[in-house]
Design a protein around this ligand. Structure first.
Ligand code: NAP
Length: 250
């Protein structure tokens, strides 16, 4: 099978590309560093020829609401139009659990725009909503703080192993649960600050982690558990504890 992986150089996308190649499928990477800009559509002509499935695991580093909304909406629109034109059978999009309850967070507003554009297109789309990855709490705290002090959101999380997310994406690429929205989480709930401190400790990084209270409706929703896996979610993969015991790999 020929599969296009949008964001195929990223944390998730590069793993999906390796797994596709290992099982004998052909992976076409769509990213700026491989010559395709999915916001403008530049470099996309002919690239989806013969592709059966497209996976969207692009992302932006911006946290600015307007930038995130424009980015995710534009990429989703570009992929839907190009996939329809090329006769692609299915689109799989990676999203996040709880975004509907936290639209005040810039990245989540962007993911909501991505969902709207993806669902509005002609190609049947399957959306995998994962909880935060094991790597996320420390990754986020790494961008908030000064010197050895790091800020971490005060909210519960239920992190999932990125390899488990990749396994589920591969199943959806193969056509399982076509057209549905599937939620996936890890088996263990804990405070994000605890996850953060444990990750820094496991990696031998000396950091003072202080809790940050996100203001507004989205912050309250997050503290009430909006980012946790719901009752219908699939819970799978190694726990946060097991990931820490493995040395908290990136
Ligand atoms: N982190 C979490 O805990 C978590 C949890 C659930 C879901 N998610 C979702 O998972 C997705 C993937 O996250 P990630 O951490 O793997 O992202 P990442 O490592 O930041 O990778 C982003 C990818 O997007 C590509 N990209 C950016 N701008 C582009 C453009 N204009 N045109 C084409 N490609 C572009 C990048 O390649 P170039 O720079 O070469 O363009 C890169 O391959 C995100 O949508 C995120 O919302 C994340």
């Amino acid at each position: 099978m020929r599969v296009a992986v949008a964001g195929g150089t990223g944390q998730v996308g590069s793993r999906v590309v390796s797994r596709l190649q290992a099982r004998g499928d052909e992976a076409v990477v769509l990213s700026r560093s491989s010559g395709v800009d999915l916001v403008t559509g530049e470099g996309l002509v002919g690239v989806l020829d013969g592709v059966q499935a497209v996976l969207d695991c692009t992302s932006t580093t911006s946290q600015v609401r307007r930038v995130c909304v424009e980015f995710f909406a534009a990429v989703a629109r570009t992929l839907q139009l190009a996939a329809a034109e090329a006769g692609v059978h299915r689109l799989v999009t990676l999203s996040i659990v709880g975004i509907d309850a936290m639209p005040g967070v810039g990245h989540y507003a962007g993911k909501l725009a991505q969902k709207r554009e993806t669902r509005a297109g002609a190609v049947p789309a399957t959306i995998l909503r994962a909880t935060q990855f094991h790597t996320f709490p420390a990754q986020l705290a790494g961008t908030l703080g000064l010197g050895p002090v790091r800020l971490c959101l005060r909210q519960p999380v239920q992190p999932v192993d990125v390899e488990t997310v990749v396994e589920h994406l591969l199943r959806l690429i193969d056509g399982q649960d076509e057209g549905r929205t599937v939620d996936l989480g890890g088996p263990q709930r804990l405070a994000m600050t605890t996850a953060c401190r444990r990750t820094f400790r496991a990696r031998g990084a000396h950091r003072l982690v202080l809790p940050l209270v996100l203001p507004g409706r989205s912050g309250r929703a997050a503290r009430r558990g909006a980012a946790l896996a719901g009752p219908d979610a699939i819970l799978a993969g190694r726990s946060f504890e097991e990931w820490i015991e493995a040395g908290a790999p990136a």
